[in-house]
Design a protein. Structure first.
Lengths: 156, 376
């Protein structure tokens, strides 16, 4: 089944895949954080809240304004950067050296980590491998990306 | 052998007679069955999470109602147990809760236990065969790994040094710093192993870095050691691990740095929650904290900018030693330095020490770095 990115279905599909790989995530340890995803798409922003508890993704929902949500941090980037990252993950089975979440966000050039509370910010790093392996589950999805000139060739 | 028994049991007739009488008659004393302790039956509040310290935070066994000064227990008696007369005074050096406690300490411990990993088997070492690093990158990376191994060795020693000096009632803190000692030992292991797989081995130890590390190790109190180790040093090392993940030459290294940064971020979390606890419960320490940070930052500036520490970053982030690589490396390294110091101040601000940014000389280092970037 194809899932469209960005969409709530995409993140729900990752949630389902995580459930089916429970032992892998249990091995990584407790994963207790709630974070936001913001995909900037011209004047629009696709925004989602992902909640993780113990070894599971317990909640995925689309929201209108992440600024009003209690999240530890927000992963934010232009649609083209998200598409490039996901295509890379699909191509390699997991993010390569130039497309891990930390690499893309560290200097804030391709993507950014938005936060109010440094303690919340540090949760991205406390659970770094779990966050990366959750995003890497996208390698198992057939993803349909928007047919736009600025994303069509990204990372292809 | 500095501690001797006051009795030579092998020569004590009363003791031997009583021992033999019990074996011969089977008459048991059983007074321990009436220990004056609370009868409790703790259960997990969340079955998926298991039985946590928080679930066991009940009555005299719990930590919530623990007093600020531990006057009663000077032995190894576990908190909540009956303490018989005659247990030895172990002379714990730290008996004040606000010197060691942290908000959510029990949560950090449980997280630490569930997120342990194995440097031997969780890093895909065999995949390194796919990569061959250019000489300059290989040497710079080996130098970075040498520096990191040095750092992690002292980071193992510091919590281990303090563990036995804390009052036994600070059970959750002692257990947390035991996990930290294990984490740091694993970091020293993984960086050493990685250095020995580069083809170059270890490079040069750093005098400036070791002076800084000695300052960390020789702190006068646990509170000072924690402030500089958990919050200041590990906070900066956490930013460094994220930077190292960014400049990592292989996917194997990316994974290694993600694993170490998880542990480091947890230690920083403890450091932040500890400093918050200190400022909330022992506010008169504020000036002592500032004075300790004054010297800690002096060492940081001197150690962090030593050539054997700085130059590998420049070469690795610029991806080589050509002029254009070095120019790019200088820019990225300067950005990293700014981020490292800025995040340090952010954390102190959050802990309730917002005036540090104004008082600290590291702010001057930031201005110098910004001026250099602006001139490029």
């Amino acid at each position: 089944m194809k899932v469209i990115f960005p969409s709530l279905e995409f993140f729900r599909a990752l949630q389902t895949l995580m459930q089916s790989e429970r032992e892998r995530f249990k091995r990584l340890g407790y994963f207790d954080t709630t974070f936001g995803v913001r995909v900037l798409d011209g004047p629009r922003a696709h925004q989602y809240v992902l909640r993780f508890e113990v070894f599971e993704c317990t909640e995925v929902r689309a929201v209108n304004d992440l600024g009003r949500e209690a999240v530890d941090f927000i992963l934010e980037g232009e649609l083209a950067a998200w598409v490039e990252m996901l295509r890379n993950i699909r191509q390699h089975g997991a993010a390569d050296v130039t497309h891990s979440i930390n690499t893309l966000t560290h200097l804030g050039e391709r993507m950014r980590v938005v936060y109010d509370d440094p303690d919340g910010h540090d949760k991205l790093y406390r659970f770094a491998e779990s966050v990366q392996e959750f995003i890497d589950l996208a390698a198992k999805l057939e993803i349909e990306f928007p047919q736009r000139s600025d994303t069509a060739h990204a990372g292809a | 052998m500095s501690y001797l028994s006051t009795i030579d049991f092998f020569e004590d007739k009363d003791f031997i007679d009583k021992y033999q009488y019990t074996l011969r008659t089977g008459e048991l004393d059983l007074s321990w069955m009436n220990a004056a302790t609370e009868k409790v039956q703790c259960e997990p509040q969340n079955a998926r999470r298991g039985l946590t310290f928080r679930d066991c935070d009940v009555g005299s066994y719990g930590f919530t109602d623990m007093p600020e000064l531990i006057r009663q227990n000077r032995s190894f008696a576990p908190r909540g147990a009956e303490i018989p007369a005659g247990v030895p005074d172990l002379q714990a050096e730290v008996n004040r809760k606000s010197e060691v406690w942290a908000y959510n300490i029990e949560g950090y411990y449980e997280e630490a236990m569930s997120r342990q990993w194995n440097a031997t088997t969780d890093v895909p070492w065999e995949e390194l065969r796919k990569y061959e690093l250019p000489e300059a990158i290989g040497k710079a990376y080996s130098q970075l790994l040498t520096f990191l191994t040095e750092v992690e060795m002292i980071a193992t020693d510091v919590p281990a040094k303090w563990m036995g000096r804390l009052n036994a009632d600070f059970f959750e803190v002692k257990n947390f710093i035991a996990t930290q000692a294990m984490d740091e030992a694993r970091h020293a292991e993984v960086f050493r192993k990685r250095a020995l797989t580069t083809g170059w081995g270890l490079m040069r130890a750093s005098k400036a870095n070791e002076c800084n590390l000695k300052f960390l190790r020789d702190a006068d109190s646990f509170a000072e050691a924690s402030l500089t180790l958990h919050l200041q040093a590990e906070g900066m090392v956490l930013t460094l691990f994220r930077f190292s993940e960014l400049i990592s030459p292989t996917e194997v290294d990316k994974k290694m740095f993600r694993l170490v940064m998880q542990d480091e971020a947890r230690h920083v979390g403890y450091g932040m929650q500890h400093l918050k606890w200190v400022l909330d419960h022992f506010p008169e320490r504020r000036e002592i904290i500032h004075r300790h940070l004054d010297e800690a930052e002096n060492f940081v500036f001197g150690g962090g900018y030593a050539t054997e520490v700085l130059e590998p970053f420049i070469i690795l982030s610029g991806k080589g030693m050509k002029k254009e690589n070095i120019e790019q490396g200088l820019k990225i390294t300067a950005q990293f330095n700014l981020k490292q110091i800025d995040e340090y101040f952010e954390r102190l601000d959050k802990c309730g020490l917002p005036e540090r940014r104004e008082r600290s000389k590291l702010a001057l280092a930031m201005e110098m770095t910004r001026a250099v970037i602006a001139a490029q």
